[in-house]
Design a protein around this ligand. Structure first.
Ligand code: HAM
Length: 425
C-alpha cells in the first residue's frame, strides 16, 4: 500500500521551521498589543453565504477557489478563504459595535483557497489579520497601514513597497465601472479569455490581470482618480496626508483593485522584491459596506492581512533574525539502569522550576546520552555513587568543570548558575 501524503498545496511546518513561525506570531502579538488590537478566535468553517455575500459572487475566490461542502445536516459549509468576513460576522453577532462603538481585533490561523500551488502560494496558508471596526475616519486607515509597516519593520524585512489606491464607493464606482466597460469593449481583442469574461461581471479586475496584453490595454484605461466622488477623494487625500506625516513612502497605483469585492475607498498592498510572482506580503483596505452585505447594520471597517508563509520566506531569503532557537538547558544523564528513575525525578523537578530539561527515556547508554547533552549548558549525572551519597554531579558543558552537590540543592544550584551565565552573555 502506498504511503499517504499531505494533499497538494498543503505542507507540514516541521520543528526546524515552526520556531521561526512562533517568532513571527509573537512579534505580531506584541505589535498588535502596542496598537490596541485584541485577539479574537474564529471558526475555521463558516456558512458559505458569508463569503458569497461578503467577499463577492464574482470574485475568483468565490467562483473557483473555495473549499465548499455540505455537512451531515445538509448545510453548505466553506473552509474560510480569508478572515475579514468572519471577523465582521462575529462583531455583528456579538454586538461588538453597538451604538457606534468601535473595536480593534486581530487573529491568525489557516485559510484555504484552491489555487494553483507555486512558490509562496499554498492551498492551506496562514494569515495574520487585523481589523478595525466601527470607524469611518481616514485616520483609522492610516493606523492600519502603519501597523502593517511597523510589524514588518520589527521583523527586519527590507526592500518592501507600499502601494495604495482608492477603489471608490457605491456612489462613484458604478460611474467608473461604466467607463471601464466602454474602454475595454473597444479593446476587447487585447484581452485574455478570463478578462473578456470579467468585462461584463467585474471589469475592475481586468486592471490587475497579470497577462501582458491585458496589462498593455489597462495602461490606457480611464483613471479611477478622475471618477472619485468628493467624499472618496477627500478620504484618500487624508490617508495620503497621514502616511506622509508618519514619514512612510508609498506608491500610488490606479491599477491596484484587489481580489475581494468588499473594498471601498482605500485599498493597499505591501510588495516584496524578493518573492517572485506572488510578491504581496500583505494586503488590505477599507470595507464600509461589508457589514450590510452580510446582514448587519452600518459598521465601517478597515484592516489588513499578511501571509505568514510568505513573510517567513522573505525573512529567510533576506537573512533576517528569528531570535534564538529555543533549546534545552539541562540534560540529566543516568550512568546505570538503576539511576534512571532518580534521573527522571530530577528532570521533572528542573522542569517544574521553569527550566528546559531533558533526559533519555529509551534506555540508551552513557555515551549516547552525553552526545544528546552536547547542545545543553549543563549535564546532571547520577550513578551508583551519587545515589548512595544523595548527590548529583553537575557538569558545565562549556568549560568541562564538574562539581558534586547534594541532590536536593540541584534545582536551585542550576537555576542560579544559569541566571549568572545569562547575565554574563
Ligand atoms: P488577500 O490579499 O487575499 O487579502 O490576502 C492577504 C495576504 O495573504 C496576501 O497578501 C498574501 O500574503 C497572503 N496570501 C493570500 N493567498 C495566499 C496563498 N494562496 N498562499 C500564501 N499566501 C497567501 C485578504 O485576505 C483580506 N481579507 C485582507 C484584509 C483584511 N482586507 C481587509 N482586512
Amino acid at each position: 500500500m502506498s504511503a499517504i501524503t499531505a494533499p497538494r498545496g498543503t505542507r507540514d511546518i516541521l520543528p526546524q521551521e515552526s520556531w521561526k513561525w512562533s517568532f513571527i506570531v509573537n512579534s505580531a502579538a506584541e505589535t498588535m498589543k502596542n496598537f490596541g488590537f485584541s485577539e479574537i478566535h474564529l471558526p475555521i468553517f463558516e456558512h458559505t453565504e458569508l463569503f458569497s455575500r461578503g467577499v463577492g459572487e464574482t470574485t475568483d475566490i468565490v467562483e473557483k477557489e473555495m473549499y465548499t461542502f455540505n455537512d451531515r445536516g445538509g448545510r453548505s459549509i466553506t473552509l474560510r478563504p480569508e478572515a475579514t468576513a468572519g471577523v465582521m460576522r462575529a462583531a455583528i453577532e456579538n454586538n461588538l459595535c453597538a451604538q457606534g462603538a468601535s473595536v480593534k481585533l486581530w487573529n491568525w490561523g489557516p485559510m484555504f483557497r484552491h489555487e494553483r500551488p507555486q512558490k509562496g502560494r499554498y492551498r492551506q496558508f496562514y494569515q495574520i489579520d487585523a481589523e478595525c471596526l466601527g470607524i469611518a475616519d481616514a485616520m483609522a486607515d492610516v493606523e492600519v497601514i502603519a501597523l502593517s509597516i511597523e510589524l514588518f519593520r520589527r521583523l527586519g524585512l527590507k526592500n518592501l513597497e507600499v502601494v495604495i489606491n482608492s477603489v471608490g464607493c457605491e456612489k462613484c464606482r458604478p460611474v467608473y465601472r461604466q467607463k471601464l466597460v466602454e474602454y475595454f469593449t473597444a479593446h476587447i481583442d487585447e484581452l485574455c479569455p478570463t478578462c473578456v469574461d470579467r468585462l461584463g461581471r467585474n471589469p475592475l479586475r481586468i486592471l490587475d490581470c497579470k497577462n501582458e496584453s491585458c496589462g498593455h490595454a489597462a495602461d490606457g484605461a480611464p483613471d479611477i482618480f478622475d471618477s472619485l466622488c468628493d467624499e472618496c477623494r477627500e478620504h484618500f487625500e487624508k490617508v495620503r496626508g497621514g502616511l506622509e506625516r508618519l514619514g512612510f513612502n508609498y506608491t500610488l497605483s490606479k491599477r491596484l483593485v484587489r481580489g475581494l469585492d468588499y473594498y471601498t475607498k482605500t485599498a493597499y498592498e505591501i510588495l516584496s522584491g524578493d518573492l517572485g510572482a506572488q510578491n504581496a506580503v500583505a494586503g488590505g483596505g477599507r470595507y464600509d459596506n461589508l457589514s450590510k452585505a452580510i446582514g448587519g447594520g452600518k459598521i465601517p471597517g478597515v484592516g489588513f492581512a499578511c501571509g505568514l508563509d510568505r513573510v517567513a520566506l522573505v525573512m529567510e531569503e533576506q537573512g533576517c533574525s528569528f531570535g534564538k532557537r529555543p533549546g534545552t538547558s539541562v540534560y540529566c544523564v543516568a550512568l546505570d539502569e538503576e539511576s534512571r528513575g532518580d534521573v527522571q525525578v530530577l528532570t521533572h523537578k528542573l522542569r517544574m522550576s521553569g527550566l528546559s530539561a531533558e533526559c533519555d527515556t529509551s534506555g540508551r547508554g552513557f555515551k549516547s546520552q552525553m552526545r544528546s547533552a552536547g547542545a545543553c549548558k549543563f549535564a546532571c549525572i547520577i550513578g551508583n555513587d551519587e545515589r548512595k551519597s544523595g548527590t548529583v554531579a553537575v557538569k558545565n558543558l562549556s568549560d568541562g568543570e564538574q562539581v558534586s552537590i547534594p541532590i536536593e540543592e540541584a534545582v536551585t544550584f542550576i537555576n542560579e548558575k544559569l541566571k549568572n551565565s545569562e547575565t554574563l552573555v
